[in-house]
Design a protein around this ligand. Structure first.
Ligand code: SF4
Length: 212
């Protein structure tokens, strides 16, 4: 992948999808963080289906840190892995006070200390919550980075490094959001709709699969 080709891809995707926003519903950094932890192994729609009630009852880290486990489990049950998720979001809320003085940290090193927060979630919090450079690599971003030729690795950490080595930090958030949108709408896992794809001319997968 060259810088020029990467710029072309981002420009084409942006031209096609325009400004993109996350599908999770949140109003502040607390709600984003809890939503991101709950989104593991499920869809944003499922998460949005429980967070209204969750945030009405527990509107901040303080109230969630003092919550009753069984009450939270009941609310988040439909997101799957609800026992682990409940433990994580309560423990995370407690740690915000016990270790970080009541403020959610804004850097990778500290964020990944929080229960339920790995590099991907930390990058979402950094880029979308704090508007600082971070490129979160989820299943859509991985697949599209592989198909377009940004990375040949299957490891999200390596894919993140490969993407970040060629894309300007100011475009990391946009790249994450555009790749997710593209992955959901056109470049689907099983049946990518290459015939209507705005970046097919730049795509390794397309070249390989249409070559005779
Ligand atoms: S050409 Fe096909 S595989 Fe390549 S990015 Fe577009 S939809 Fe995905």
């Amino acid at each position: 992948m060259t810088k020029g080709r990467s710029d072309k891809i981002l420009s084409l995707l942006y031209g096609y999808y325009g400004d993109t926003v996350p599908d999770l519903n949140f109003r502040n950094i607390y709600e984003l963080t809890i939503s991101v932890v709950l989104s593991a192994q499920t869809t944003d729609k499922q998460v949005n289906g429980v967070t209204k009630q969750l945030f009405e009852k527990y509107p901040d880290f303080r109230s969630l840190s003092e919550a009753d486990y069984s009450e939270v489990e009941k609310i988040v049950k439909s997101t799957g892995f609800f026992r682990t998720k409940t433990k994580n979001i309560i423990a995370l809320s407690r740690m915000v006070f016990s270790k970080f003085g009541g403020e959610l940290p804004d850097n990778m090193e500290s964020l990944i200390e929080l229960p339920g927060v790995g590099r991907k979630s930390a990058n979402v919090i950094i880029s979308i919550g704090y508007d600082k450079p971070g490129l979160a690599v989820d299943t859509h971003v991985s697949r599209i980075a592989n198909r377009l030729g940004y990375s040949s690795s299957k490891s999200p950490d390596v894919i993140e490094k490969d993407l970040c080595s060629i894309i300007n930090p100011s475009d990391w958030k946009k790249t994450h959001l555009l790749f997710i949108k593209h992955g959901r709408i056109i470049c689907k896992a099983r049946h990518p709709e290459c015939g209507i794809c705005p970046v097919s001319k730049q795509c390794n997968y397309y070249k390989e699969n249409t070559a005779i």
